[in-house]
Design a protein around this ligand. Structure first.
Ligand SMILES: [Zn+2]
Length: 289
């Protein structure tokens, strides 16, 4: 029997969707995570699958999101012109916007590259992180889960990837004991029980076995490790946009809308549609990381 190693750090397993969200939204969040890591308080456990997904999506998803944000800001700022009656002032204002529009590509490039670079560095740190490759036992378990359509992954396109992530982490935690271990995901539709803050009941015994905790908010986790590291505003921002909403009532017909993944403006995202008037709401939540 192998001896259990104990490590005096908080072990974080951060799902791909969370890395992507951090890259898209918050420079401060990336810096604070970096800070607690180099303070020797945090150890990143990275199943290889997360690295593969991150490398596959980091450029396209982060760049697209930052681009949409800048486009949105430009569009919104133009509304100010409704309140400007002086032609000269309006011209100056439009010139400034034009300058931003012209430099848009290089702005997007520098914001996204900085975030991606910092996250790549964290993932590569040999002192503060560890990448785990799936062992033959894990691969066998993943196949088994796929064949038995084990919940909660049965309706998820990315089920093999999710199973690889969870099962590799669980195996590692059996032999390496940390002060605390937390799995952080934004994908609560696949991982949570009806209460989004609680892990799905099918996974709960496996999590409990190795003392693995569950969170859907990375900012909250960082604040737990280092008190008041991040503002409440950032914590709130990191909750999924439609957090806690499991059913949607059609504003017109007052009946429940149906939820499903559908190809929208920004790829495959979770939508709600009214069965009666066909009204469609795009939550913008992506299917996989
Ligand atoms: Zn309706």
């Amino acid at each position: 029997m192998s001896e259990i190693r104990t490590i005096d750090k908080v072990c974080l397993i951060i799902d791909t969707c969370v890395w992507l969200n951090m890259g898209k939204t918050s420079k401060e969040l990336i810096d604070k995570l970096n800070y607690v890591m180099y303070e020797n308080k945090v150890f990143l456990l990275i199943p290889e699958q997360i690295k593969t997904e991150w490398n596959r999506h980091k450029h396209s998803k982060i760049v697209t999101d930052i681009e949409n944000n800048i486009k949105g800001s430009i569009k919104n700022s133009k509304k100010i012109l409704d309140h400007v009656s002086n032609d000269d002032e309006a011209r100056v204002f439009l010139e400034i916007i034009k300058k931003v529009e012209d430099r848009k590509d290089s702005i997007i490039q520098s914001i996204s590259e900085e975030s991606i670079f910092k996250i790549d560095l964290m993932m590569a740190s040999s002192r503060h992180s560890h990448t785990i490759l799936p062992t033959p036992t894990v691969i066998e378990q993943v196949l088994d889960w796929g064949l038995s359509q084990k919940k909660p992954f049965q309706q998820n396109k990315n089920s093999t990837g999710d199973a690889l992530i969870i099962l590799s982490a669980l195996e590692y935690l059996k032999e390496n004991q940390f002060t605390k271990a937390i799995f952080v995901t934004a994908n609560y539709r696949d991982f949570s029980s009806p209460d989004p803050k609680i892990i799905h009941s099918d996974l709960e015994p496996l999590f409990n076995e190795v003392g693995l905790e569950y969170s859907i908010n990375i900012a909250e986790v960082i604040n737990e490790i280092h008190e008041n590291a991040l503002s409440q505003e950032i914590v709130n921002d990191m909750y999924p946009r439609y957090y806690g909403v499991n059913s949607f009532e059609c504003p017109e017909c007052k009946i429940d809308m149906n939820g499903y993944y559908r190809l929208g403006q920004f790829g495959l995202t979770y939508h709600y549609q009214c069965p009666q008037c066909r009204k469609l709401i795009d939550t913008g939540e992506e299917m996989d990381g």
